[in-house]
Design a protein around this ligand. Structure first.
Ligand code: AMP
Length: 557
Protein backbone atom coordinates (compact mmCIF):
# COMPACT_ATOMS: atom_id res chain seq x y z
CA UNK A 1 0.00 0.00 0.00
CA UNK A 2 1.29 3.46 -0.80
CA UNK A 3 0.29 6.67 0.93
CA UNK A 4 -1.33 6.97 4.30
CA UNK A 5 -4.92 5.89 5.02
CA UNK A 6 -7.61 8.60 4.82
CA UNK A 7 -8.73 10.11 8.11
CA UNK A 8 -12.33 9.91 6.92
CA UNK A 9 -12.22 6.11 6.82
CA UNK A 10 -10.71 5.98 10.26
CA UNK A 11 -13.35 8.32 11.70
CA UNK A 12 -16.13 6.27 10.08
CA UNK A 13 -14.72 3.09 11.63
CA UNK A 14 -14.60 4.65 15.08
CA UNK A 15 -18.16 5.81 14.58
CA UNK A 16 -19.19 2.22 13.86
CA UNK A 17 -17.23 0.98 16.86
CA UNK A 18 -19.00 3.54 19.00
CA UNK A 19 -22.44 2.73 17.65
CA UNK A 20 -22.50 -0.97 18.43
CA UNK A 21 -22.98 -2.05 22.00
CA UNK A 22 -21.54 -5.49 21.37
CA UNK A 23 -17.93 -5.82 22.47
CA UNK A 24 -17.38 -8.59 19.95
CA UNK A 25 -18.56 -6.33 17.15
CA UNK A 26 -16.34 -3.49 18.32
CA UNK A 27 -13.37 -5.87 18.14
CA UNK A 28 -14.39 -7.18 14.73
CA UNK A 29 -14.87 -3.74 13.20
CA UNK A 30 -11.59 -2.36 14.43
CA UNK A 31 -9.62 -5.47 13.61
CA UNK A 32 -11.01 -5.56 10.06
CA UNK A 33 -9.88 -1.97 9.71
CA UNK A 34 -6.38 -2.71 11.01
CA UNK A 35 -5.94 -5.63 8.61
CA UNK A 36 -6.60 -3.32 5.67
CA UNK A 37 -3.93 -0.70 6.45
CA UNK A 38 -0.13 -0.75 6.64
CA UNK A 39 1.95 -1.09 9.82
CA UNK A 40 2.74 2.63 10.00
CA UNK A 41 -0.93 3.60 9.78
CA UNK A 42 -1.83 0.83 12.24
CA UNK A 43 0.53 2.44 14.74
CA UNK A 44 -1.17 5.82 14.38
CA UNK A 45 -4.68 4.35 14.26
CA UNK A 46 -4.26 2.26 17.43
CA UNK A 47 -2.84 5.22 19.30
CA UNK A 48 -5.51 7.66 18.15
CA UNK A 49 -8.30 5.15 18.80
CA UNK A 50 -7.29 5.06 22.45
CA UNK A 51 -7.38 8.84 22.70
CA UNK A 52 -3.66 9.50 22.50
CA UNK A 53 -2.02 11.92 20.15
CA UNK A 54 1.51 10.88 21.03
CA UNK A 55 3.41 7.81 22.11
CA UNK A 56 2.82 7.01 25.73
CA UNK A 57 5.46 8.49 27.99
CA UNK A 58 6.56 11.02 25.42
CA UNK A 59 7.68 14.25 26.93
CA UNK A 60 5.20 16.54 25.27
CA UNK A 61 1.49 16.16 24.77
CA UNK A 62 -0.45 17.67 21.91
CA UNK A 63 -3.41 18.39 24.18
CA UNK A 64 -5.29 21.56 23.42
CA UNK A 65 -7.48 23.21 26.05
CA UNK A 66 -11.25 23.33 25.77
CA UNK A 67 -11.33 27.07 25.52
CA UNK A 68 -8.86 27.10 22.59
CA UNK A 69 -10.82 24.41 20.77
CA UNK A 70 -14.06 26.31 21.28
CA UNK A 71 -12.51 29.56 20.14
CA UNK A 72 -11.15 28.01 16.94
CA UNK A 73 -14.49 26.29 16.30
CA UNK A 74 -16.27 29.62 16.62
CA UNK A 75 -13.82 31.22 14.22
CA UNK A 76 -14.07 28.50 11.63
CA UNK A 77 -17.83 28.09 11.73
CA UNK A 78 -18.96 31.59 12.65
CA UNK A 79 -21.09 30.21 15.49
CA UNK A 80 -21.71 32.50 18.46
CA UNK A 81 -21.19 31.69 22.11
CA UNK A 82 -24.90 30.99 22.66
CA UNK A 83 -24.98 28.52 19.84
CA UNK A 84 -21.87 26.71 21.07
CA UNK A 85 -23.08 26.43 24.65
CA UNK A 86 -26.47 25.21 23.42
CA UNK A 87 -24.75 22.51 21.40
CA UNK A 88 -22.65 21.49 24.38
CA UNK A 89 -25.70 21.27 26.57
CA UNK A 90 -27.34 19.02 23.99
CA UNK A 91 -24.39 16.66 23.46
CA UNK A 92 -22.24 16.94 26.58
CA UNK A 93 -19.29 16.08 24.35
CA UNK A 94 -17.02 18.54 22.63
CA UNK A 95 -16.35 16.18 19.70
CA UNK A 96 -20.06 16.07 18.94
CA UNK A 97 -20.29 19.84 19.28
CA UNK A 98 -17.55 20.12 16.64
CA UNK A 99 -19.39 17.73 14.36
CA UNK A 100 -22.62 19.70 14.61
CA UNK A 101 -21.00 23.10 14.10
CA UNK A 102 -18.75 22.00 11.26
CA UNK A 103 -21.78 20.45 9.58
CA UNK A 104 -23.62 23.78 9.65
CA UNK A 105 -20.84 26.01 8.43
CA UNK A 106 -21.72 27.86 5.29
CA UNK A 107 -18.74 26.96 3.20
CA UNK A 108 -17.95 23.29 3.23
CA UNK A 109 -14.29 22.49 2.60
CA UNK A 110 -13.27 21.16 -0.78
CA UNK A 111 -12.40 17.55 -0.36
CA UNK A 112 -9.90 17.47 -3.21
CA UNK A 113 -7.12 16.58 -0.82
CA UNK A 114 -8.58 14.54 2.01
CA UNK A 115 -6.77 14.45 5.33
CA UNK A 116 -4.80 11.29 6.07
CA UNK A 117 -3.64 9.68 9.27
CA UNK A 118 -0.15 10.95 8.43
CA UNK A 119 -1.43 14.52 8.11
CA UNK A 120 -2.94 14.29 11.56
CA UNK A 121 0.19 12.70 12.99
CA UNK A 122 2.43 15.42 11.58
CA UNK A 123 0.14 18.21 12.80
CA UNK A 124 0.16 16.66 16.28
CA UNK A 125 3.94 16.54 16.13
CA UNK A 126 4.03 20.27 15.36
CA UNK A 127 1.51 20.94 18.15
CA UNK A 128 3.75 19.09 20.59
CA UNK A 129 6.84 20.98 19.57
CA UNK A 130 5.21 24.43 19.68
CA UNK A 131 6.67 25.85 22.89
CA UNK A 132 7.45 29.14 24.56
CA UNK A 133 6.50 32.62 23.42
CA UNK A 134 3.99 32.77 20.61
CA UNK A 135 3.25 29.05 20.85
CA UNK A 136 -0.38 29.73 21.78
CA UNK A 137 -0.98 31.37 18.41
CA UNK A 138 0.92 28.62 16.58
CA UNK A 139 -1.15 25.94 18.25
CA UNK A 140 -4.34 27.76 17.44
CA UNK A 141 -3.25 28.07 13.83
CA UNK A 142 -2.48 24.37 13.61
CA UNK A 143 -5.85 23.36 15.01
CA UNK A 144 -7.56 25.81 12.70
CA UNK A 145 -5.80 24.34 9.67
CA UNK A 146 -7.20 20.94 10.63
CA UNK A 147 -10.77 22.20 11.11
CA UNK A 148 -10.62 24.03 7.80
CA UNK A 149 -9.88 20.83 5.95
CA UNK A 150 -11.86 18.37 8.06
CA UNK A 151 -15.30 17.00 7.31
CA UNK A 152 -17.69 17.21 10.29
CA UNK A 153 -17.03 13.58 11.22
CA UNK A 154 -13.26 14.00 10.92
CA UNK A 155 -13.45 17.17 13.01
CA UNK A 156 -15.35 15.27 15.66
CA UNK A 157 -12.56 12.71 16.02
CA UNK A 158 -9.79 15.30 15.86
CA UNK A 159 -11.42 16.95 18.87
CA UNK A 160 -11.96 13.63 20.62
CA UNK A 161 -8.29 12.72 20.32
CA UNK A 162 -7.15 16.19 21.39
CA UNK A 163 -9.32 16.08 24.49
CA UNK A 164 -8.57 12.41 25.13
CA UNK A 165 -12.30 11.70 25.43
CA UNK A 166 -13.02 9.03 22.83
CA UNK A 167 -16.15 7.45 24.36
CA UNK A 168 -16.20 4.68 21.75
CA UNK A 169 -15.97 1.86 24.29
CA UNK A 170 -12.82 0.52 22.63
CA UNK A 171 -11.05 -0.01 25.96
CA UNK A 172 -7.49 -1.35 26.22
CA UNK A 173 -8.63 -4.98 26.50
CA UNK A 174 -10.77 -4.75 23.34
CA UNK A 175 -8.01 -3.01 21.43
CA UNK A 176 -5.72 -5.92 22.35
CA UNK A 177 -8.34 -8.36 21.07
CA UNK A 178 -8.63 -6.41 17.82
CA UNK A 179 -4.86 -6.48 17.33
CA UNK A 180 -4.80 -10.24 18.10
CA UNK A 181 -7.57 -10.90 15.59
CA UNK A 182 -6.18 -8.63 12.86
CA UNK A 183 -2.76 -10.23 12.86
CA UNK A 184 -3.70 -13.76 14.00
CA UNK A 185 -1.69 -13.70 17.20
CA UNK A 186 -2.87 -15.28 20.48
CA UNK A 187 -4.58 -12.79 22.77
CA UNK A 188 -2.24 -13.58 25.68
CA UNK A 189 0.80 -12.76 23.55
CA UNK A 190 -0.68 -9.39 22.65
CA UNK A 191 -1.69 -8.61 26.25
CA UNK A 192 1.77 -9.48 27.49
CA UNK A 193 3.48 -7.36 24.82
CA UNK A 194 1.14 -4.48 25.62
CA UNK A 195 2.17 -4.59 29.27
CA UNK A 196 5.82 -4.48 28.32
CA UNK A 197 5.69 -1.57 25.87
CA UNK A 198 2.75 0.32 27.34
CA UNK A 199 1.92 2.06 24.07
CA UNK A 200 -0.95 0.77 21.87
CA UNK A 201 0.67 2.20 18.72
CA UNK A 202 3.96 0.37 19.19
CA UNK A 203 1.93 -2.74 19.96
CA UNK A 204 -0.12 -2.62 16.76
CA UNK A 205 2.91 -1.80 14.59
CA UNK A 206 4.94 -4.67 16.05
CA UNK A 207 2.02 -7.08 15.59
CA UNK A 208 1.58 -5.93 11.98
CA UNK A 209 5.27 -6.55 11.34
CA UNK A 210 5.13 -9.93 13.12
CA UNK A 211 7.65 -8.68 15.65
CA UNK A 212 5.68 -9.01 18.88
CA UNK A 213 8.07 -11.63 20.23
CA UNK A 214 10.94 -9.18 19.96
CA UNK A 215 9.23 -6.49 22.10
CA UNK A 216 11.01 -6.00 25.38
CA UNK A 217 10.67 -3.79 28.38
CA UNK A 218 13.03 -0.86 27.83
CA UNK A 219 13.89 2.22 29.86
CA UNK A 220 12.07 5.36 28.65
CA UNK A 221 8.96 3.37 27.81
CA UNK A 222 6.84 3.63 30.96
CA UNK A 223 4.66 0.69 31.96
CA UNK A 224 1.53 0.59 34.07
CA UNK A 225 2.01 0.60 37.81
CA UNK A 226 1.09 -2.28 40.08
CA UNK A 227 -1.73 -1.21 42.39
CA UNK A 228 -2.75 -2.24 45.88
CA UNK A 229 -6.09 -3.61 46.96
CA UNK A 230 -7.72 -1.81 49.90
CA UNK A 231 -8.58 -3.79 53.03
CA UNK A 232 -10.27 -2.47 56.12
CA UNK A 233 -8.56 -4.08 59.12
CA UNK A 234 -5.31 -5.75 60.26
CA UNK A 235 -7.31 -8.94 60.98
CA UNK A 236 -8.62 -9.08 57.43
CA UNK A 237 -5.11 -8.64 56.08
CA UNK A 238 -3.54 -11.28 58.36
CA UNK A 239 -6.25 -13.74 57.26
CA UNK A 240 -5.72 -12.80 53.60
CA UNK A 241 -1.98 -13.58 53.54
CA UNK A 242 -1.65 -16.15 56.36
CA UNK A 243 2.13 -15.81 56.18
CA UNK A 244 4.96 -13.42 56.80
CA UNK A 245 4.78 -10.42 54.47
CA UNK A 246 6.53 -7.06 54.11
CA UNK A 247 4.86 -4.12 55.80
CA UNK A 248 5.94 -0.90 54.13
CA UNK A 249 5.04 2.62 55.17
CA UNK A 250 2.48 4.15 52.88
CA UNK A 251 4.14 7.40 51.85
CA UNK A 252 1.92 10.30 50.92
CA UNK A 253 3.34 11.81 47.76
CA UNK A 254 3.23 11.05 44.06
CA UNK A 255 3.87 7.63 42.62
CA UNK A 256 6.85 7.72 40.31
CA UNK A 257 8.50 5.35 37.88
CA UNK A 258 12.11 6.35 37.41
CA UNK A 259 13.93 5.14 34.31
CA UNK A 260 17.68 5.34 33.89
CA UNK A 261 19.44 4.54 30.62
CA UNK A 262 23.12 5.41 30.31
CA UNK A 263 23.57 8.80 31.90
CA UNK A 264 19.97 9.93 31.47
CA UNK A 265 17.07 9.69 33.92
CA UNK A 266 13.39 10.22 33.12
CA UNK A 267 10.63 10.14 35.70
CA UNK A 268 7.01 9.25 34.89
CA UNK A 269 3.84 9.88 36.87
CA UNK A 270 1.04 7.44 37.58
CA UNK A 271 -0.58 8.66 34.37
CA UNK A 272 2.68 7.82 32.60
CA UNK A 273 3.41 11.43 31.84
CA UNK A 274 6.96 12.63 32.10
CA UNK A 275 7.56 14.72 35.22
CA UNK A 276 11.38 14.80 35.25
CA UNK A 277 11.57 18.57 34.96
CA UNK A 278 9.52 18.99 38.15
CA UNK A 279 12.07 17.00 40.14
CA UNK A 280 15.58 17.61 38.78
CA UNK A 281 17.26 16.81 42.10
CA UNK A 282 15.62 13.37 42.16
CA UNK A 283 16.88 12.76 38.63
CA UNK A 284 20.38 13.89 39.69
CA UNK A 285 20.43 11.38 42.57
CA UNK A 286 19.16 8.55 40.39
CA UNK A 287 21.82 9.20 37.78
CA UNK A 288 24.26 7.75 40.28
CA UNK A 289 22.57 4.33 40.28
CA UNK A 290 24.70 1.75 38.56
CA UNK A 291 23.43 0.22 35.30
CA UNK A 292 20.18 0.72 33.41
CA UNK A 293 17.15 0.47 35.68
CA UNK A 294 13.43 1.09 36.12
CA UNK A 295 12.53 1.89 39.71
CA UNK A 296 9.10 2.17 41.30
CA UNK A 297 8.63 4.45 44.27
CA UNK A 298 7.00 7.53 45.73
CA UNK A 299 8.23 11.13 45.59
CA UNK A 300 7.45 12.59 49.01
CA UNK A 301 7.77 16.14 50.36
CA UNK A 302 10.30 15.43 53.07
CA UNK A 303 12.86 17.21 55.19
CA UNK A 304 15.06 16.35 58.20
CA UNK A 305 13.66 12.86 58.44
CA UNK A 306 10.01 13.98 58.44
CA UNK A 307 7.27 14.03 55.80
CA UNK A 308 5.86 17.46 54.95
CA UNK A 309 2.28 18.27 53.83
CA UNK A 310 1.34 16.74 50.50
CA UNK A 311 0.01 20.08 49.21
CA UNK A 312 3.59 21.31 48.80
CA UNK A 313 4.01 18.92 45.90
CA UNK A 314 1.25 20.43 43.83
CA UNK A 315 3.21 23.56 43.08
CA UNK A 316 6.21 21.55 42.05
CA UNK A 317 4.18 19.36 39.72
CA UNK A 318 2.84 22.45 38.04
CA UNK A 319 6.28 24.09 38.01
CA UNK A 320 4.91 27.36 39.29
CA UNK A 321 8.25 28.73 40.39
CA UNK A 322 11.83 28.22 39.36
CA UNK A 323 13.48 25.09 40.56
CA UNK A 324 15.66 26.51 43.36
CA UNK A 325 12.72 28.28 44.95
CA UNK A 326 10.59 25.15 44.62
CA UNK A 327 13.22 22.84 46.05
CA UNK A 328 13.71 25.15 49.02
CA UNK A 329 10.00 25.45 49.79
CA UNK A 330 9.20 21.82 49.06
CA UNK A 331 12.20 19.54 49.39
CA UNK A 332 11.43 16.00 48.27
CA UNK A 333 12.83 12.49 48.62
CA UNK A 334 12.23 9.57 46.28
CA UNK A 335 11.48 6.48 48.36
CA UNK A 336 12.20 3.44 46.18
CA UNK A 337 10.22 0.29 46.88
CA UNK A 338 10.51 -1.83 43.75
CA UNK A 339 12.72 -2.60 40.79
CA UNK A 340 11.13 -3.55 37.47
CA UNK A 341 14.19 -3.63 35.29
CA UNK A 342 17.89 -4.10 35.89
CA UNK A 343 19.54 -4.71 32.53
CA UNK A 344 16.52 -6.94 31.86
CA UNK A 345 12.86 -7.08 32.93
CA UNK A 346 12.37 -8.31 36.51
CA UNK A 347 8.59 -8.20 36.59
CA UNK A 348 8.36 -11.99 36.52
CA UNK A 349 10.72 -12.38 39.47
CA UNK A 350 9.21 -12.60 42.97
CA UNK A 351 9.23 -9.40 45.04
CA UNK A 352 11.78 -10.90 47.43
CA UNK A 353 14.27 -11.27 44.58
CA UNK A 354 13.47 -7.83 43.15
CA UNK A 355 14.07 -6.28 46.58
CA UNK A 356 17.40 -8.07 46.93
CA UNK A 357 18.60 -6.62 43.65
CA UNK A 358 17.09 -3.21 44.47
CA UNK A 359 19.01 -3.07 47.73
CA UNK A 360 22.25 -3.98 45.99
CA UNK A 361 21.78 -1.31 43.34
CA UNK A 362 20.26 1.45 45.44
CA UNK A 363 21.68 1.32 48.96
CA UNK A 364 24.13 4.14 49.49
CA UNK A 365 22.72 6.03 46.49
CA UNK A 366 19.09 6.79 47.33
CA UNK A 367 16.51 6.12 50.02
CA UNK A 368 14.69 2.80 50.27
CA UNK A 369 11.13 2.68 51.56
CA UNK A 370 10.85 1.36 55.11
CA UNK A 371 9.95 -2.31 55.10
CA UNK A 372 9.59 -4.80 57.96
CA UNK A 373 8.35 -8.38 58.26
CA UNK A 374 4.90 -8.90 59.85
CA UNK A 375 2.53 -11.85 60.13
CA UNK A 376 0.00 -11.56 62.97
CA UNK A 377 -2.75 -8.95 63.04
CA UNK A 378 -1.19 -7.52 66.20
CA UNK A 379 2.09 -6.91 64.35
CA UNK A 380 0.26 -5.26 61.47
CA UNK A 381 -1.61 -3.02 63.91
CA UNK A 382 1.64 -2.01 65.65
CA UNK A 383 3.37 -1.22 62.34
CA UNK A 384 0.31 0.77 61.22
CA UNK A 385 0.42 2.87 64.40
CA UNK A 386 4.12 3.49 64.02
CA UNK A 387 3.56 4.63 60.46
CA UNK A 388 0.78 7.00 61.50
CA UNK A 389 2.87 8.34 64.41
CA UNK A 390 5.66 9.18 61.99
CA UNK A 391 3.22 11.10 59.78
CA UNK A 392 2.66 8.52 57.04
CA UNK A 393 -0.68 7.41 55.65
CA UNK A 394 -0.70 3.78 56.76
CA UNK A 395 0.77 0.60 55.35
CA UNK A 396 1.14 -1.25 52.08
CA UNK A 397 1.55 -4.97 52.77
CA UNK A 398 3.24 -7.08 50.13
CA UNK A 399 3.60 -10.78 49.54
CA UNK A 400 7.33 -11.59 49.05
CA UNK A 401 6.36 -14.20 46.45
CA UNK A 402 4.24 -11.80 44.35
CA UNK A 403 5.20 -10.94 40.77
CA UNK A 404 4.93 -7.35 39.52
CA UNK A 405 1.52 -7.30 37.89
CA UNK A 406 1.44 -4.21 35.67
CA UNK A 407 -1.70 -2.15 35.75
CA UNK A 408 -3.53 -4.52 38.05
CA UNK A 409 -4.90 -4.26 41.53
CA UNK A 410 -3.50 -7.68 42.37
CA UNK A 411 -4.01 -9.25 45.79
CA UNK A 412 -0.21 -9.43 46.22
CA UNK A 413 -0.27 -5.82 47.49
CA UNK A 414 -2.78 -4.68 50.08
CA UNK A 415 -3.18 -1.20 51.53
CA UNK A 416 -4.36 -0.19 54.95
CA UNK A 417 -5.26 3.48 55.37
CA UNK A 418 -6.72 5.63 58.06
CA UNK A 419 -10.34 4.63 58.59
CA UNK A 420 -11.74 7.89 57.22
CA UNK A 421 -13.14 7.52 53.73
CA UNK A 422 -12.50 9.97 50.96
CA UNK A 423 -13.98 10.01 47.48
CA UNK A 424 -12.22 10.92 44.25
CA UNK A 425 -14.65 12.97 42.17
CA UNK A 426 -14.45 15.20 39.12
CA UNK A 427 -15.49 18.85 39.03
CA UNK A 428 -18.32 19.41 36.54
CA UNK A 429 -19.46 22.94 37.43
CA UNK A 430 -18.13 25.89 39.39
CA UNK A 431 -19.21 29.24 40.77
CA UNK A 432 -17.71 32.51 41.85
CA UNK A 433 -17.64 32.88 45.64
CA UNK A 434 -19.08 35.61 47.83
CA UNK A 435 -17.60 38.22 50.15
CA UNK A 436 -13.88 37.70 50.47
CA UNK A 437 -14.03 35.27 47.60
CA UNK A 438 -16.10 37.41 45.25
CA UNK A 439 -13.45 37.63 42.51
CA UNK A 440 -12.47 33.99 42.49
CA UNK A 441 -14.09 30.74 41.47
CA UNK A 442 -14.26 28.95 44.80
CA UNK A 443 -17.38 26.72 44.78
CA UNK A 444 -17.11 23.45 42.96
CA UNK A 445 -19.79 20.92 42.08
CA UNK A 446 -18.35 17.46 41.71
CA UNK A 447 -19.55 14.13 40.35
CA UNK A 448 -18.80 10.42 40.44
CA UNK A 449 -19.04 7.93 37.60
CA UNK A 450 -22.13 5.85 36.90
CA UNK A 451 -21.27 3.71 33.87
CA UNK A 452 -20.59 6.23 31.12
CA UNK A 453 -22.43 9.03 32.89
CA UNK A 454 -21.30 11.46 35.56
CA UNK A 455 -23.65 12.02 38.51
CA UNK A 456 -23.22 14.90 40.92
CA UNK A 457 -22.88 14.18 44.64
CA UNK A 458 -22.00 17.49 46.18
CA UNK A 459 -20.63 20.97 46.20
CA UNK A 460 -17.54 21.96 48.12
CA UNK A 461 -16.53 25.43 49.29
CA UNK A 462 -13.69 24.59 51.60
CA UNK A 463 -10.39 22.84 51.82
CA UNK A 464 -8.21 24.78 49.40
CA UNK A 465 -5.77 27.56 50.28
CA UNK A 466 -6.09 31.00 48.66
CA UNK A 467 -3.20 30.21 46.34
CA UNK A 468 -4.84 26.96 45.29
CA UNK A 469 -8.15 28.75 44.68
CA UNK A 470 -6.35 31.27 42.47
CA UNK A 471 -4.93 28.40 40.42
CA UNK A 472 -8.32 26.71 40.29
CA UNK A 473 -9.92 29.94 39.09
CA UNK A 474 -7.61 29.99 36.07
CA UNK A 475 -8.16 26.30 35.44
CA UNK A 476 -11.97 26.59 35.63
CA UNK A 477 -11.93 29.49 33.16
CA UNK A 478 -9.86 27.39 30.80
CA UNK A 479 -12.29 24.47 31.10
CA UNK A 480 -15.53 26.47 30.86
CA UNK A 481 -17.88 25.24 28.16
CA UNK A 482 -20.91 27.26 29.16
CA UNK A 483 -21.49 30.11 31.59
CA UNK A 484 -24.48 31.86 33.11
CA UNK A 485 -23.52 34.85 35.20
CA UNK A 486 -21.41 33.65 38.06
CA UNK A 487 -22.02 29.96 37.34
CA UNK A 488 -20.22 27.85 34.77
CA UNK A 489 -20.34 24.34 33.45
CA UNK A 490 -16.82 22.97 33.01
CA UNK A 491 -15.42 20.08 31.08
CA UNK A 492 -14.93 17.20 33.54
CA UNK A 493 -11.19 17.12 33.96
CA UNK A 494 -10.05 18.24 37.42
CA UNK A 495 -10.14 15.38 39.93
CA UNK A 496 -10.43 16.21 43.62
CA UNK A 497 -10.18 14.00 46.66
CA UNK A 498 -13.10 14.93 48.87
CA UNK A 499 -13.35 14.20 52.59
CA UNK A 500 -16.80 14.19 54.18
CA UNK A 501 -18.64 13.29 57.36
CA UNK A 502 -21.26 10.99 55.91
CA UNK A 503 -23.33 10.15 52.84
CA UNK A 504 -26.99 11.19 52.77
CA UNK A 505 -29.84 10.53 50.40
CA UNK A 506 -30.55 13.65 48.36
CA UNK A 507 -33.05 14.91 45.83
CA UNK A 508 -30.82 17.81 44.89
CA UNK A 509 -28.14 15.80 43.11
CA UNK A 510 -28.82 13.47 40.23
CA UNK A 511 -26.82 10.68 41.89
CA UNK A 512 -29.52 10.50 44.56
CA UNK A 513 -26.87 11.07 47.23
CA UNK A 514 -25.08 14.01 48.77
CA UNK A 515 -21.90 14.14 50.81
CA UNK A 516 -22.37 15.83 54.16
CA UNK A 517 -19.80 18.53 54.98
CA UNK A 518 -17.62 17.88 51.97
CA UNK A 519 -14.18 19.46 51.94
CA UNK A 520 -11.52 19.16 49.29
CA UNK A 521 -8.55 17.31 50.70
CA UNK A 522 -6.44 17.79 47.62
CA UNK A 523 -6.48 18.18 43.88
CA UNK A 524 -5.49 14.84 42.37
CA UNK A 525 -3.45 16.04 39.41
CA UNK A 526 -2.15 12.50 39.12
CA UNK A 527 -5.60 11.08 38.38
CA UNK A 528 -7.73 11.44 35.28
CA UNK A 529 -11.52 11.63 35.15
CA UNK A 530 -11.65 7.97 34.13
CA UNK A 531 -10.16 6.99 37.49
CA UNK A 532 -12.68 8.63 39.79
CA UNK A 533 -14.90 6.71 42.18
CA UNK A 534 -18.17 5.19 41.12
CA UNK A 535 -21.72 5.71 42.26
CA UNK A 536 -21.59 2.09 43.34
CA UNK A 537 -18.87 2.90 45.84
CA UNK A 538 -20.84 5.88 47.19
CA UNK A 539 -23.85 3.68 47.66
CA UNK A 540 -21.69 1.02 49.35
CA UNK A 541 -20.37 3.66 51.78
CA UNK A 542 -23.95 4.75 52.40
CA UNK A 543 -25.05 1.21 53.26
CA UNK A 544 -21.99 0.49 55.38
CA UNK A 545 -22.43 3.67 57.35
CA UNK A 546 -26.07 2.83 57.95
CA UNK A 547 -24.95 -0.54 59.22
CA UNK A 548 -22.53 1.17 61.57
CA UNK A 549 -25.15 3.61 62.82
CA UNK A 550 -28.11 1.33 63.01
CA UNK A 551 -26.61 -2.14 63.26
CA UNK A 552 -27.29 -5.00 60.82
CA UNK A 553 -30.79 -5.11 59.29
CA UNK A 554 -33.30 -6.96 61.39
CA UNK A 555 -33.46 -10.67 60.79
CA UNK A 556 -29.87 -10.96 59.59
CA UNK A 557 -28.53 -12.11 62.94
P1 AMP B 1 -4.12 4.90 46.94
O1 AMP B 1 -3.58 6.15 46.28
O2 AMP B 1 -4.86 5.17 48.20
O3 AMP B 1 -4.83 4.00 45.95
O4 AMP B 1 -2.86 4.04 47.44
C1 AMP B 1 -1.92 3.46 46.60
C2 AMP B 1 -0.75 4.39 46.45
O5 AMP B 1 0.03 4.45 47.62
C3 AMP B 1 0.26 3.96 45.42
O6 AMP B 1 -0.16 4.25 44.11
C4 AMP B 1 1.49 4.75 45.81
O7 AMP B 1 1.44 6.03 45.20
C5 AMP B 1 1.32 4.97 47.29
N1 AMP B 1 2.36 4.32 48.11
C6 AMP B 1 2.95 4.90 49.18
N2 AMP B 1 3.83 4.08 49.75
C7 AMP B 1 3.84 2.94 49.04
C8 AMP B 1 4.54 1.70 49.16
N3 AMP B 1 5.43 1.49 50.14
N4 AMP B 1 4.27 0.73 48.25
C9 AMP B 1 3.36 0.94 47.26
N5 AMP B 1 2.67 2.08 47.11
C10 AMP B 1 2.89 3.08 47.99
Amino acid sequence: MTGSAPLGGFAAVLEDVKRTRSKKEKVRIFSDYLSGIGAGDAETAARLATGRSSQRGSRDEAQVGYSTLLEVLREVTGAGREKVSGAYLKHGDLGEVAEELLGERREQPLFSEPLTLDDLESTFLRLRSAKGKGSGATRKGLVKSLFLRASPLEGKYVVKVLTGEMRTGLVAGLLEEAVARAYSVPKEVVARAHMLVGDPGLLAAAAARKELGALKMTPFRPVNFMLAEPMATPDEIAAHFEKEVYAEYKYDGVRAQAHKLGGEVRIYSRRLEEITSSFPEVAATLRRVEGNVILDGEIVPYSDGHPLPFQLLQRRLRRLEDFEEAARKAPVTFFAFDLLYHGEALTDAPLKERKRILEGAFRGVGTLAHSEPVKEASEIRAAFRRSRDLGYEGLVLKDPASLYTMGKRGSGWVKLKEELDTIDAVIVAAEYGNGKRAGVISDYTFAVRDGDALKTIGKAYSGLSDAEIAEMTAKMKELTVESHGHWMRVSPSVVVEVAFDSVQRSERHDSGYALRFPRIKRVRADKSASEIDTLERVSAIFSKQRLKLEGPPRGSR
